[in-house]
Ligand binder design. Structure first.
Ligand SMILES: Cc1cc2nc3c(=O)[nH]c(=O)nc-3n(C[C@H](O)[C@H](O)[C@H](O)COP(=O)(O)OP(=O)(O)OC[C@H]3O[C@@H](n4cnc5c(N)ncnc54)[C@H](O)[C@@H]3O)c2cc1C
Length: 261
C-alpha cells in the first residue's frame, strides 16, 4: 500500500490542557511537523494508552505556530483516558490525516453542531481571511456553549443556538440560519455535526444548488484506509448507482451533493 508511506507518527508534548466545561477538554500540543503539515478539517489519530489497540480520531481545531489544538468530549474509555493526561505528557499522534476543507472564494456559512463545532475553528480562521463569512453553532444547552468569543473574531455574524433554548436561538444551528440560507445569501456552506442536521442541510443545499462540504464522523478503525470500516456511500454512474468511499482516506470532508445520507 504505497499510500501508507505519507503517514507519519509524531510525538507531541501537551503544552496546554483545560477542561472547557462538563466533559469537554481543550488540548494544545507542540510538534513542528504537525504545525507545518496540518490543514483545516483534517484530523489526527491518537494513541490514548497501551490498553487500547485502536487509536482515536480527533479533529484538528486549530493549527498553532508550534503544533495543533484539538477539543474532545469524553465518550468512552479512550477519550476518558485521554482526559487524564496532563501538561508535560507526550502523545503519540498519527497524522495529519484526511483531506480537509477546500476554502473557496465568496460568501460562506460555517455550520457546526455539538462536537462538530470544534473541527471548524481553523476553517473559520482561513475562510474569513479574504471573504465574508457567517458562523452558526449549535449546542445542547447553555453550559456547553464553547468557543463563542473565539469564533466571534473570525466571522461577520455569529449565530448561537441551543436545543433547549437556554441560550441564543431555540433549536439547532441549521434552523437558526435556514431562512438566510434559503434566500441565497451564501455561495458555500461548510458543515460538521449530527447526521440529522447534515441530512437536513443537504436537502436545502441540493434543492437550492449551493455548494456544500460536509465533514463526516464515522466509527473508525485504522484511520488510513486499510481496515475499510468507516465506509460511506456516494453517488456513482455505475450500475448500482453508488460506490463506497472511506471517511478516513477519502474524507472526512465530502461534497454533500455526492454523499448518500
Ligand atoms: C474524523 C473524525 C473526527 C472526530 N473529531 C472529534 C473531535 O474533534 N472531538 C470529539 O470529541 N470527537 C471527535 N470524533 C469522535 C471521537 O473519535 C469518538 O468520540 C472517540 O473515538 C470515542 O472513543 P472512546 O474510546 O472514548 O469511546 P468508545 O465508544 O469506547 O470507542 C470504541 C471504539 O469506537 C470508535 N468510536 C466511538 N465513537 C466514535 C465516533 N463517533 N466516531 C468515530 N469513531 C468512534 C473509537 O475510535 C473506538 O475505536 C471524531 C471522529 C471522527 C471519525
Amino acid at each position: 500500500m504505497e499510500h501508507l508511506e505519507k503517514y507519519q507518527v509524531a510525538t507531541a508534548n501537551i503544552i496546554k490542557m483545560t477542561n472547557l466545561c462538563g466533559t469537554i477538554y481543550d488540548v494544545t500540543v507542540e510538534n513542528e511537523y504537525l504545525a507545518k503539515a496540518s490543514r483545516c478539517g483534517q484530523f489526527v489519530h491518537i494513541d490514548c494508552g497501551d490498553e487500547f489497540v485502536l487509536r482515536r480520531p480527533i479533529s484538528i481545531c486549530e493549527v498553532t505556530d508550534s503544533g495543533i489544538r484539538f477539543i474532545f468530549d469524553v465518550r468512552g474509555k479512550g477519550t476518558k483516558r485521554l482526559s487524564e493526561k496532563q501538561v508535560g505528557d507526550s502523545l503519540d499522534i498519527l497524522g495529519p490525516l484526511g483531506n480537509g476543507f477546500a476554502v473557496r472564494k465568496g460568501k460562506s456559512l460555517i455550520l457546526g453542531g455539538g462536537i462538530g463545532v470544534y473541527p471548524l475553528y481553523e476553517l473559520a480562521k482561513q475562510a474569513s481571511k479574504e471573504n465574508p463569512c457567517d458562523v452558526a453553532l449549535g449546542f445542547r444547552t447553555k453550559e456547553l456553549v464553547t468557543l463563542e468569543d473565539e469564533f466571534k473574531t473570525k466571522c461577520d455574524n455569529l449565530y448561537i443556538a441551543t436545543d433547549d433554548g437556554s441560550y441564543g436561538f431555540h433549536g439547532n444551528a441549521l434552523q437558526a440560519v435556514k431562512e438566510k440560507l434559503e434566500s441565497g445569501a451564501y455561495e458555500t456552506v461548510y458543515a460538521c455535526g449530527p447526521l440529522p442536521m447534515l441530512k437536513a442541510l443537504k436537502e436545502i443545499t441540493d434543492r437550492n444548488n449551493i455548494f456544500c462540504q460536509i465533514s463526516m464522523e464515522e466509527r473508525m478503525g485504522c484511520g488510513i484506509g486499510a481496515c475499510l470500516c468507516c465506509n460511506i456511500k456516494v453517488e456513482d454512474d455505475g450500475e448500482e448507482g453508488f460506490k463506497h468511499l472511506h471517511v478516513c482516506k477519502d474524507g472526512p470532508v465530502f461534497n454533500a451533493k455526492e454523499v448518500l445520507l
